[in-house]
Write a protein that binds this ligand. Structure first.
Ligand SMILES: NC(=O)c1ccc[n+]([C@@H]2O[C@H](COP(=O)([O-])OP(=O)(O)OC[C@H]3O[C@@H](n4cnc5c(N)ncnc54)[C@H](O)[C@@H]3O)[C@@H](O)[C@H]2O)c1
Length: 397
């Protein structure tokens, strides 16, 4: 019977998952090696948009959730979920450091018969060829003495329609019994479980989902340039095309993709493709278009003001998408750099991110030569920009 579980990594993915599991009756230890985060969580400070402090306080007071940096809680656990970052290295290669560190902790503390589920995004083959031998070697347990599964997290921060509970969950196991145990575990708090026939299918499905988004977002961003040159409102075009009941899915223009998933996961796929000699032309082009997007807006700003030297520019919204504070991989960083390289004096406003790259958010006002709407959070009152000229990265305001 499954009773005690551990979720390693209490971030955007691990924390909502830990809370959902706890609410369904499991005893949950949320493990994180960031002690400040652990202390904040145990005081009821969630730190992420998708989990209110009051909901966190409720699970804390139930006595069934606690955050800790002590990995020996794994020793007592029936299920161990791994939700740590899988970013890119400086030269854009998969960085498995966090994952391997977490697996090392799991293997050192693993009890016989426990189920380990990897939720972090990985290249196809990682669970079978890297994680499995590492656990066997460190724990000393052969593969029939523990269970191993892969189930990619699909969370979309701030999405009010799709949560941990109602987003279908892909589940693959190294063995049939691992898959069955993982299905039993998730079924208690997730409505729809979708079994996958192999670990590699589930690993690749996750990369397909996010690569699909990168390719389509990059395509619509290229189309936005076309529409802008013809003075056609791209958002009206998308609205019109969206009335087609089949064969079309809307994507919207922006300053480019950011965050821990969409710009990163396709490069995991591309890295594996290079290793096996498969082509990645769509990914390469989409990545290139995405990288060029901030520079395109630097050019638009330059055009609008007839040069940027000495001009005061306010960038509005710096996080990677509206209504989150997350600035990981935000394309706004390249925008600000590009504006500064052209001689502009740049400040930014974002009351969600508040402090970033050593600077603080400035108030919204009209005291600028130009405002660039980079990430339009819902809370923004754009009337406070007065009559300042505006470049809007999202098409029409
Ligand atoms: N953020 C998303 O929207 C999203 C969506 C789907 C999938 N994912 C994937 O889920 C994984 C986690 O992403 P995230 O956004 O939650 O990351 P995050 O940075 O928000 O959280 C990860 C947490 O793991 C902790 N950590 C790192 N190494 C650790 C270790 N060895 N032991 C204990 N704690 C450790 C960090 O301190 C951090 O708090 C990634 O693979 C990501 O690609 C993310």
């Amino acid at each position: 019977m499954i009773n005690k579980i551990v979720v390693i990594g209490q971030g955007y993915v691990g924390l909502p998952l830990a809370v959902a599991a706890c609410e369904s009756g499991y005893q949950v230890n949320g493990v994180d090696n960031n002690i400040q985060k652990v202390m904040a969580l145990n005081l009821g400070i969630s730190g992420i948009e998708d989990l209110s402090n009051s909901k966190l306080k409720k699970v804390l007071s139930s006595g069934r959730y606690i955050a800790t940096n002590q990995v020996d809680v794994i020793k007592e656990s029936d299920v161990i979920l791994v939700c740590v970052p899988t970013p890119l290295t400086k030269d854009h290669k998969p960085d498995l450091t966090y994952l391997l560190n977490a697996i090392e902790s799991v293997a050192h503390n693993l009890k016989q018969g426990a189920l380990i589920i990897i939720e972090s995004t990985v290249e196809p083959g990682t669970t079978r060829s890297i994680v499995l031998p590492m656990i066997e070697k460190i724990s000393g347990l052969p593969s029939d003495k523990f269970l191993l599964a892969f189930s990619p997290e699909r969370i979309d921060p701030t999405n009010e329609n799709w949560s941990v509970k109602n987003t279908p969950k892909l589940v693959a196991g190294l063995t049939n019994s691992a898959q069955q145990k993982a299905i039993e575990f998730y079924s208690k708090f997730i409505d729809t479980i979708v079994p996958c026939e192999s670990l590699e299918i589930a690993e690749t499905a996750k990369l397909l989902e996010n690569t699909f988004r990168l390719v389509n977002i990059s395509f619509v961003n290229e189309l936005a340039i076309f529409c802008q040159k013809l003075d056609i409102d791209i958002n009206q075009v998308i609205k019109a095309a969206s009335t087609k009941p089949y064969g079309f899915m809307p994507f919207y223009p922006s300053i480019g993709v950011g965050g821990h998933c969409i710009p990163v996961d396709p490069l995991y796929l591309a890295s594996k493709a290079r290793e096996i000699g498969a082509p990645t032309r769509f990914i390469d082009l989409a990545d290139q278009i995405n990288q060029e997007r901030p520079d395109y807006f630097v050019g638009r700003a330059e055009e609008k003001l007839g040069g940027l030297k000495g001009k005061k520019v306010l960038v509005v919204g710096v996080s990677y998408k509206p209504n989150v504070a997350d600035v990981r991989e935000t394309p706004v960083e390249a925008l600000i750099l590009g504006l500064k390289q052209k001689g502009a004096q740049v400040v930014w406003h974002d009351d969600l991110a508040k402090e970033w790259n050593g600077d603080k958010s400035v108030p919204l006002s009209s005291d600028f030569d130009l405002a660039i709407i980079a990430t339009p959070h819902d809370y923004l009152d754009l009337t406070r920009l007065g009559n300042a000229p505006i470049v809007n990265t999202r098409g029409s305001i």
